[in-house]
Design a protein around this ligand. Structure first.
Ligand SMILES: [Zn+2]
Ligand SMILES: [Zn+2]
Length: 257
């Protein structure tokens, strides 16, 4: 199986990257998409290490809504940073970017401007997009619907059935993380049941969001089988078939490596 969204170049993995990669491989994780923050040179240096230690890893880069404020008044710089980072890492997607009205680390108007700019860049580069959205569904769909078609995924999908339908109407993929294993996440499991099999992805979003039974600890790609099992249980499917299906979907969306 493939972890379609992790931050393996995060500082949280600096001390034990070799061991974390070994555990992932032992757990049957054959690949991962490592998300990078555009313009973060310290992270980029660590990403070179990830690339050497685990050649099956692929990369995506973008300006996260939390970081949008650093590009206030310099939208061209946000696009330039993403473009050059994407070239340096042969990025198969642009992202993650989007809107986060839960934390509001950047002013909302700046978040929207950066979001629109990253989308335009992805269209220009003809790359799929990785969308981060939290408590901002209406604005997210409004901006995604402007300016023509784009392919992509709602990563760490946490919406309900209605939001899943809106995402599917745009022909987007939905990626499920460890939250689908949380006891209180019944509306998320309900959403998971209505997604067609050819639109599903799985991810850890590590180092964040560890699934049950690792909840509260650092997450890592080796735990993606827990996400798979929880998603398979919610949908009443066999984990092995779902593993094969989601790996196939990963290649359909991001292209062959
Ligand atoms: Zn995110
Ligand atoms: Zn992420």
């Amino acid at each position: 199986m493939i972890d379609s969204h992790c931050h393996l170049a995060d500082e949280a993995f600096a001390a034990d990257l070799d061991a974390a990669i070994a555990r992932a491989r032992e757990a049957g994780v054959t690949g991962a998409l490592c998300i990078l923050a555009a313009g973060d040179e310290a992270e980029a240096a660590r990403a070179r290490g990830v690339q050497v230690k685990w050649p099956a890893v692929r990369f995506a880069t973008g300006v996260h809504p939390h970081a949008a404020g650093t590009f206030a008044g310099r939208l061209t710089d946000a696009a330039d940073a993403t473009r050059s980072h994407a070239a340096a890492f042969a990025a198969c997607a642009i992202g993650e970017f989007g809107l986060d009205y839960h934390y509001d680390f950047a002013p909302r108007d700046v978040q929207r401007q950066v979001f629109a700019g990253q989308l335009a860049l992805a269209r220009d580069l003809d790359r799929p997009v990785i969308i981060h959205t939290r408590e901002a569904a209406d604005d997210t769909f409004a901006i995604l619907s402007e300016g023509g078609a784009v392919r992509g995924v709602f990563h760490c999908f946490t919406g309900d059935a209605a939001m899943a339908r809106r995402a599917l109407d745009l022909d987007f993929y939905l990626s499920f993380a460890g939250i689908v294993s949380f006891p209180k996440a019944e509306s998320l499991r309900e959403a998971a049941r209505l997604v067609p099999a050819d639109r599903l992805l799985i991810e850890t979003d590590s180092p964040y969001l560890a699934p049950v039974p690792h909840r509260g600890k650092r997450n890592e790609p080796a735990y993606v089988p827990r996400v798979l099992e929880a998603l398979a249980a919610a949908r009443g499917e066999a984990p092995a078939a779902l593993a094969e299906r989601t790996s196939h979907n990963f290649v359909s969306l991001f292209g062959p490596s």
